[in-house]
Design a protein around this ligand. Structure first.
Ligand code: PBG
Length: 338
């Protein structure tokens, strides 16, 4: 007769499944691959590569360098690249006129990248902020960002990007109703295959700081005009969650193919709610401040940077993201053994 246990030892021991690499791999619930990554990249009007001080490891790329990066993305198995423009302050104006320049750096980069690696998807931000002296995403009048006038400008910008060959338009401006108007304009011009990934739930966040440095953004609150010092009248209040669902519902109804939450890690609860409510391809943007925090801590020897990168990217997958927009994409893809 077998002896009864002396103490009420647990019948269920979750550690059994953690005991070896093979057991852990066998029961793993989510997996990160290079196919989950959208490479976030800054392009500039000049030549060569220029380091971004607040984002060690990130460089602004010339059009020629961006084309090479597209080839690299293809080799690494990264499906898509999101490009953001750095524009010389001297060339900006209050209206952000260069946003709709058919020969601007974004159009040129899209063409060069699609020529070099047509298999890689190219995504462009639709918003005026890289082009405005005041740094806001829309038309600024008497201290207000005017919604409908901004949409007219965004449509021009979106069409220029689509004509250049951009695969995914990503409106990041948070104006009400812009997805529907952009979608209608795309259809009217025959761009029926152009995808829209809306920055649906985009928060007024402190984590965009390094990005504004990277793209040489106009300083919010600056100049001799009435210039609001933050984006709180159009980007969401970080305290809100139900509101994100309403934003997403509208963008889907207006014709978005994919939706995005931004920033990333501090907003995984929002990701989860959206995935559960809509079953839409949902992405998160691991933004510049998230990048800078990991790199700075790693540079100080306070965390293991490589592990923190993969852990943070894996967290997006666990939360239910279809993929992640990240400045770590090439580094992560290499670590993932691409
Ligand atoms: C602009 C835009 C921003 C980012 C992407 N598009 C900044 C902002 O809204 O102020 C942030 C990207 C990042 O921080 O990495 N519409």
């Amino acid at each position: 007769m077998t002896k009864a246990p002396l103490a009420p030892y647990p019948a269920t021991r979750l550690r059994r499944l953690r005991q070896a690499d093979w057991t852990r791999r066998l029961v793993r619930e989510s997996v990160l691959t290079p196919a989950d990554l959208i490479w976030s990249m800054v392009v500039h009007e000049g030549e060569g590569r220029v380091p971004v001080a607040s984002m060690p490891g990130v460089e602004r790329l010339s059009v020629a360098e961006a084309a090479k990066a597209a080839v690299e993305a293809r080799a690494l198995g990264i499906p898509a690249i999101a490009i953001f423009p750095h524009i010389d302050m001297a060339r900006k104006d209050a209206a952000g006129s260069l946003a709709a320049d058919p020969d601007g750096v974004i159009s040129r980069a899209v063409r060069a990248m699609k020529d070099a690696a047509p298999e890689v998807g190219i995504m462009c931000d639709v918003a005026l902020d890289p082009f405005t002296t005041h740094g806001h995403d829309g038309v600024l009048e008497k201290g207000r960002i005017v919604n409908d006038a901004t949409i007219e400008r965004l449509v021009e910008q979106a069409l220029v990007q689509a004509r250049a060959g951009c695969d995914i338009l990503a409106p990041s401006d948070m104006m009400d109703g812009r997805i529907g108007v952009i979608r209608a304009a795309l259809e009217a011009e025959g761009h029926c295959d152009t995808l829209i990934m809306s920055y649906a739930a985009k928060y007024a966040s402190a984590f965009y700081g390094p990005y504004r440095d990277a793209i040489g953004s106009g300083k919010l609150g600056s100049g001799d005009i009435d210039n609001p010092g933050d984006k709180k009248t159009y980007q969401q209040d970080p305290a809100n969650s139900d509101e994100a669902l309403r934003e997403v519902a509208l963008d889907i109804a207006e014709g978005a193919d994919m939706v995005m939450v931004k920033p990333g890690l501090p907003y995984l609860d929002i990701v989860r709610r959206i995935v559960e409510a809509f079953a839409m391809p949902t992405f998160a943007f691991q933004v510049s401040g998230e990048y800078a925090m990991i790199v700075a801590a790693a540079q100080n020897g306070w965390i293991d940077g490589d592990r923190a990168i993969l852990e943070s990217l894996g967290a997006f997958k666990r939360a239910g993201c279809a993929g992640v927009i990240t400045y770590f994409a090439p580094k992560a893809a290499r670590m993932l053994g691409a």
